[in-house]
Design a protein around this ligand. Structure first.
Ligand code: DP6
Length: 325
């Protein structure tokens, strides 16, 4: 019997230098390069089975059937996998996350990295890491960074062939931790898909894009040198400039809530007092506080004391997307 099924695991990632805006929306060729760290404690596990008895692609997420936009996005992606392989059958996709959805931790990165690996393998394609990262990028831009392990850089590239991510340091290189302060569990925000599409309406976006190559160099160097202070300065600056673009887009996107700002101010004070901690924020109000493993308990309890923080989730660096079979 031919093996038309495969299961893969991938981790979400947190960007230190952010991806915001596309040069080519459908292909997800980004406006700028980005750098991230995989979150090893969190994962998506996805099984894909191509089955000739199916009349359409089927998707379940955490054991519940998924329809609507999520199903559409996955089915479009599978159509591309069929296009580049010899497979014609529809697929059954069963996906589960070990982290709650609606915590503001983007599941699309781990979801499309795991889906890319499972679907391409089930379709009989043996893609190398670069081609897998290119494939994942089509599903969700940030997913291309969840394909390689540890600390990854997504090189902006000029087109589909050379826009992909690779590892710049292994997970063991630096024992950073991400303490995610959950201040809101509400789903209702503007999605990153919609946000990328209006990034260019901000007068600040062009200036940001011009600056990012120097941010990437500073961040990459700080990671390689394990220089926390340099890392903190560029990571926070990059986060603020992306949010400045968001806030000045049309329509204006303001993702922060009052506790978001309270955490920003607290983290600044903690660092002044000698605690290695810095913040970064994605397209939502929750704050990722990055620190070093030896300060985990300290940072976690400081965060839990801030009014409005419901929960703190913790993760260190994680490895590459991999098959479980
Ligand atoms: C703010 O990768 O989620 O988290 O390609 O539309 O799926 P799509 O967007 P996505 O955008 C991520 C935006 C960000 C910054 C980042 O992770 O680099």
């Amino acid at each position: 019997m031919s093996q038309k099924t495969a299961t893969a695991i991938a981790h979400p990632n947190i960007a230190f230098i952010k991806y915001w805006g596309n040069r080519h929306q459908a292909l997800r060729i980004p406006a700028n390069g980005s750098i991230s760290m995989n979150l090893g404690a969190l994962f998506t596990r996805t099984q894909v089975t191509f089955d000739e008895s199916l009349a359409a692609d089927q998707l379940s997420i955490n054991e519940a059937p998924a329809t609507g936009a999520a199903h559409h996005r996955v089915s479009d992606f599978l159509a591309w996998v069929r296009h580049i392989s010899a497979i014609e059958e529809f697929a059954r996709v069963e996906s589960e996350n070990n982290f709650p959805m609606g915590t503001g931790i983007a599941s699309s990165a781990s979801a499309f990295a795991a889906l890319s690996l499972a679907a391409s393998r089930a379709a009989g394609l043996g893609l190398d890491e670069k081609d897998l990262s290119r494939l994942a990028r089509r599903g969700s831009g940030s997913a291309c960074r969840s394909v390689p392990g540890g600390f990854a850089e997504w090189q902006v590239g000029t087109g589909d062939d050379n826009s992909y991510a690779y590892s710049i340091a292994a997970p063991e290189h630096w024992d950073l931790i991400d303490c995610v302060a959950i201040v809101d569990q509400d789903h209702k925000t503007t999605t990153s898909i919609e946000g990328h599409a209006i990034a260019d309406t901000s007068p600040l976006q062009a200036m940001r894009i011009e600056q990012v190559p120097s941010y990437l160099a500073r961040c990459r160097e700080a990671i390689l040198q394990r220089d926390f202070e340099a890392f903190a300065q560029i990571t926070e600056h990059d986060c603020l400039i992306m949010h400045a673009v968001m806030m000045t887009s049309s329509p204006s996107l303001i993702y922060w809530l009052p506790p978001t700002l309270a955490i920003i101010r607290a983290v600044r004070d903690w660092r002044k007092s000698g605690i290695p901690a810095c913040y970064t924020i994605d397209a939502g109000p929750n704050v990722h506080v990055i620190s070093e493993e030896s300060y985990l308990n300290k940072v976690k309890s400081l965060l839990e004391d801030i009014p409005g923080v419901h929960q703190v989730m913790i993760s260190g660096p994680g490895g590459a997307a991999h098959l479980t079979d």
